[in-house]
Structure formats: C-alpha cells, structure tokens
Design a protein around this ligand. Structure first.
Ligand code: ATP
Ligand code: MG
Length: 571
C-alpha cells in the first residue's frame, strides 16, 4: 500500500476534547473521526486493527468449538419483556418504534435473542453443549460516553453464549472461555490480568471474571496478591476474614464538644486520634428503606458489597440531609449509632472489634468517645462491607495485596439458569426428562481492546502497536524521492517485502523526511525502514524498532529476510 493513496489524515494538534491518550492518538494518527458523542467512523488504519483483533478472537472461539452467527441488531421488545429487562435496562437502551408503533431496541447485548433461537431449535441433550458467538456492533446509550472508543455508544463486541446440560457442563464452558480469553489477549501482545469481578446487573448464579489490560489510565482498580494467584476488582475483592483484634480496657462513654468538626480528617486532627479509632456512620436509602452503615474511619464503604448484602440489585444512595435529620436529629457530620431507633445498623466486620471508639453523638457539634460496640449500641448484622486496600493481607494466603489499574476488555459470566428459566430454554435428557439449559455469556470489547492497546503502548511521539495487531508491520520511508537511486531501492524493497507476504506500507509522499518520520512514530508501525542516500552508498538501510528505539544498519539485500524474521518471531 502506498501512503499517498490511503486515507490517513494525520493531525499535528491534539484534539481539545480528547481526555485520554488513546483517544488523542487515534484522532491525531488518522484512525477515527467522531460522528456524534460516543459514535465513530473507523478509517482504514483502525479498520485493519479491528480486523486483526477480530481474527485472533475468531480463531480462539472456533478452537473451543464456538460457532459464528450474526444476530439481529434490531430486536423486538417482547423478548426483553419476557425476561423483565425491558424495564431494568432503563435509559441505557436505545429504543425505537416501527411504522406500526411496535417497539424495538438496538441490541445492547444478545442473551434474549440467542436464548430465543436456542429454545426454538434445540430439543435433545445430544445437541449440547452449544456455543454461539458473533462479532458485531452493540448499542448502549451510556450516561457518559467518553474516552473515545473506550466508552462508546456504538462499539464492536464479540459475544458468545454457551448452553449446557448442567452446571458441570457450564463450568467446563466457562473454563474453556477463560482459557480462550487468556490466549486472545496474549496473542494481541497485551499485558493483562483476569480478575474476580462482581456479577452486577447481568446477574446469574455463577462466578465471573473480568480481563483487565493493565494501564495507569484504567477506570478500574484491581488488587492482586504478591504471592498467590488471587486477583480481583476492588468492587469485589474480599477483605481478610481475620480482622485485627484490639485489646484495651473499655472506658466510660463521654460526650465531647467538637464544634464545626464534621469530617474524619477534621476529627482526627481535633481529637489527636488515628482515623482507625473512629467509627464512620453513613445513612443510606436502599430502595424504600433506610439503613445505617458503620465502617472504621480509615475505611471506605464498598457500595457494591453493600448492595449485594442487602439483596441487590437495588438503588442505593446516601440519605438526604432531611431524612438523616429526621432519623438522628442532627446533620450528617455528627451522626452515630448510639441511641438511634427505627433503623437497622449494619457494620463492617472490623467494627465489632473496636474498643473505645469515637462516633457522632447525634447532636450538632458533639461526638462521643469511649464508645464500645455491643455495650453502647446494638449491631443488627455484620458483614464484609468495605473496600480492600493495597498492603492488606490477601484473603486467600495472607500475603500483602498489591494495587493496579486496569481497563476491562473482556468478561466471562456463568449465568446459571437465569435466562433459560425466564425464556423457557429446555431440553430432554437421556431419560426423556425435561431440563433447563445452564448458560454462560462471554464478551470481548473489540474496539475497547484497540484503545486499551494504545493506553498500554505509547510514548510522547505516538502509538507503539504490538506487532500482532499493528495496522501494518513495516513502513518504508524513502528520504527523498527526487534521488532516483533512493526511490528505486525503496520501491524494490517494498515489492520484495510484499512478495514475502509482509504487511508493508511505503511513504511515497512528496514530504520532508521529518514529516514522514513524525507520522511513522505517531501511527506506530512496529518497524521503520529508512532508505537514504548516505547509507545507500554503503549498500545499507536503517531499520528502527518503534518499541525499543534501537536502530540497525542492514545490507539492502538482506533487509527483507531480516524484517521477515523479526515479524515471524513477534506474532
Ligand atoms: P463497563 O462496566 O465498562 O460498562 P460492562 O461490564 O457493561 O462494561 P459487558 O456487558 O461485560 O460490559 O461487555 C463486554 C465487553 O464489552 C466489556 O468487557 C468491554 O470490553 C466492552 N464494552 C462494554 N461497554 C462498552 C462501551 N460502552 N464502549 C466500548 N466497549 C464496551
Ligand atoms: Mg463487564
């Protein structure tokens, strides 16, 4: 391919609205253009990357027995009403009506439509397991579409749905997909980690893992063990089952004046005590009821754990100042568990072990010291309700946990019978008995993976594509086309590389070398071959690796096979 003929509109300026590097670089390097918020046109370079990722995904799905299908994007509301998700999905679902006023949506995911297909076509245990997948656009009217392809409203996803005879079969499918995902992201050349995750709204009885590409800019916080294989999204990560036990003699409870001091920070300074001696009291509105939640002052409530504990999914928000006042008789900063009535008190596992703690006094401008749980107030229920932090013991082996940030590029779910039950997807077993199929669903964000690859692989000059998903492997840069020897040598090398089946592009534009080099770095071809008059006099060309920055001078006649070797060993 010749750059002069390709649509690669590179820009010198960083687009103002692009907040993250991958978005900035994809716009600047001529990969994408915005059509509307969260909706993009993929230009030729992006399309090539998408096809490469898709190909790797397809090969690995096929390897595990997946069968590729294409399911409708426009889906009838009736199916979604059968599972109850027409209402649950809320504003994230793009909805439309046809000319007869019949309701449809643009598929945000495809459990309903796949299960509908399967319930109609599968009768016998002999036809199971069945693994169906597609690679296609998904539509989600995200509340905050942002970060370019990272959180789009139209994006490309691979989604696979597994149908098994029983839980053991479903676990086998899950294991296969976990393995396939590990292979996909390894083959894409990415550094990633599978982590335990929260099942969230998609629900289901079984487990779930998220595949995280590790990058500073990642939206997700993860923890992983420094010793064993434990790794989890912090939304999900368990705290050690053995909280620290404090041994102190209990003191008398005392009312202390703390005028204007309403925060943990303020209180630690004012009372000269560590935050771990404070009990933080939060009043939540959980659907229709209120709950009072207690954690140590140095901890954070994990609202996902809390919501699951309360039997979620539910709407969980901090109670309004009016509601707090009605319950405790004071404003939020002075609230505490002592003496409150008519509300369940739920405490994190560390709280019952606290001795002589500080809490709000339910009186404006006052706190209580010497508070002892059990003696001074009654805890309704105790649970692991807080967010784990780096350095705490691993819940599995007690070694310290480490923290990292990640971009969720894939997720595997064991769905149990949630959808097969709602939609009646049954089969006849060996004894002719009717049974529900056990399902799993497995997604990979193809376009998000492309963005994540850039977040993980870039520098100040541009993208550094991992070889397996680079839009082209090699760019040949003739320094001056006016120099006939240079132009001819570059053209011949280009033809030789093409003949070897390598993905090569030649920068045949009538531009200054500096411009060509800048563009090459920006676009991020893994290998750049510079053909210049000076080196050519010695019969050599310069080969530069975008990743290592290392430059080698190689004899012109050997350049093609040299490049071929590098590419073969890095794919
Ligand atoms: P998130 O928590 O980031 O909103 P999700 O958990 O809703 O994602 P899934 O339903 O698990 O996403 O979708 C499978 C994969 O699709 C995700 O792992 C992610 O890679 C990708 N994906 C999800 N939402 C988007 C989006 N808005 N834009 C781009 N990719 C997305
Ligand atoms: Mg997810």
């Amino acid at each position: 391919m010749r750059i002069s003929q390709l649509l690669i509109p590179t820009l010198r300026e960083t687009p103002a609205e692009a907040e993250v590097v991958s978005h900035q670089l994809m716009v600047r390097a001529g990969f994408i253009r915005k059509a509307a918020a969260g909706i993009y046109t993929y230009l030729p370079l992006a399309t090539r990357v998408i096809q490469k990722i898709s190909r790797i995904v397809r090969e690995e799905m096929d390897e595990k027995g997946g069968q590729e299908v294409l399911l409708p994007i426009v889906q009838p509301a009736e199916l979604w009403k059968e599972t109850g998700r027409w209402d649950v999905y809320g504003d994230e679902m793009f909805r439309l009506k046809d000319r007869h006023q019949r309701e449809f949506c643009l598929g945000p995911t495809h459990e309903e439509i796949t299960t509908d297909l399967v319930r109609g076509e599968i009768r016998s245990y002999k036809q199971l397991p069945l693994l169906l997948y597609q690679i296609q656009n998904k539509y989600r009217d995200e509340r905050r579409p942002r970060f370019g392809l990272m959180r789009g409203r139209e994006f490309i996803m691979k989604d696979l749905y597994s149908f098994d005879r029983d839980e053991a079969g479903a676990q086998e499918s899950y294991r296969k997909m976990y393995d396939a995902y590990t292979r996909v992201f390894t083959r894409c050349g990415l550094t990633f980690r599978p982590v335990l995750a929260d099942a969230g709204a998609i629900g289901g009885s079984g487990g779930t893992h998220e595949f995280m590409v590790l990058a500073e800019s990642g939206e997700a916080a993860v923890v992983y063990c420094s010793e064993c294989d434990y790794a989890a999204n912090v939304e999900r990560a368990e705290c050690s089952p053995k909280p620290e036990v404090v041994t102190k003699d209990p003191m008398e409870i005392a009312l202390v004046s703390t005028p204007g001091v309403k925060t943990v920070d303020g209180l630690t300074k004012f009372l000269q005590r560590g935050a771990e001696q404070l009990i933080k009291t939060l009043v939540y509105q959980a659907d229709k009821r209120m709950v009072m939640v207690l954690v140590r002052g140095d901890r954070e409530v994990n609202e996902i754990k809390l919501s699951n504990f309360l039997g979620g999914p539910l709407t969980l928000e901090l109670a309004s100042p009016e509601a707090v006042n009605a319950l405790c008789g004071c404003e939020t900063g002075y609230v505490g568990p002592v003496g409150v009535k008519d509300v369940e008190i739920i405490a994190d596992a560390e709280v019952p072990l606290m001795v002589n703690a500080v809490t709000g006094a339910n009186k404006a401008g006052y706190h209580l010291t010497g508070v002892n749980p059990g003696r001074d107030f009654t805890i309704g229920r105790v649970a692991d309700l807080r967010t784990v932090e780096a350095g705490e013991p691993c819940p599995k082996c007690s070694q310290p946990l480490l923290a990292a940030r990640g971009i969720e590029v894939g997720q595997v779910f064991n769905l149990g019978t949630k959808y097969s039950k709602a939609l009646g997807a049954r089969y006849l077993d060996e004894n002719g008995k009717e049974k529900l199929m056990v399902m799993g669903c497995y997604g990979i964000g193809v376009t998000r993976t492309m963005a994540a690859a850039i977040e993980q692989n870039h520098d100040a000059d541009g993208i550094k594509w991992p070889m397996p998903i680079a839009p082209f492997h090699i760019v040949v840069v003739p320094v001056s086309l006016k120099d006939q020897a240079v132009a001819e040598a570059a053209e011949k090398l280009y033809q030789d590389l093409k003949a070897l089946g390598l993905e090569v592009i030649i920068d045949d534009r009538d531009e200054r070398p500096g411009v060509k080099f800048k563009d090459a770095d920006l676009i991020g071809y893994p290998l750049r071959v510079t053909v210049g008059a000076k080196t050519l006099q010695e019969g050599k060309v310069e080969i530069k690796s975008r990743h290592s920055g290392v430059v080698d001078l190689i004899a012109l006649g050997e350049a093609a096979s040299y490049l071929q070797r590098i590419i073969e060993t890095s794919i």
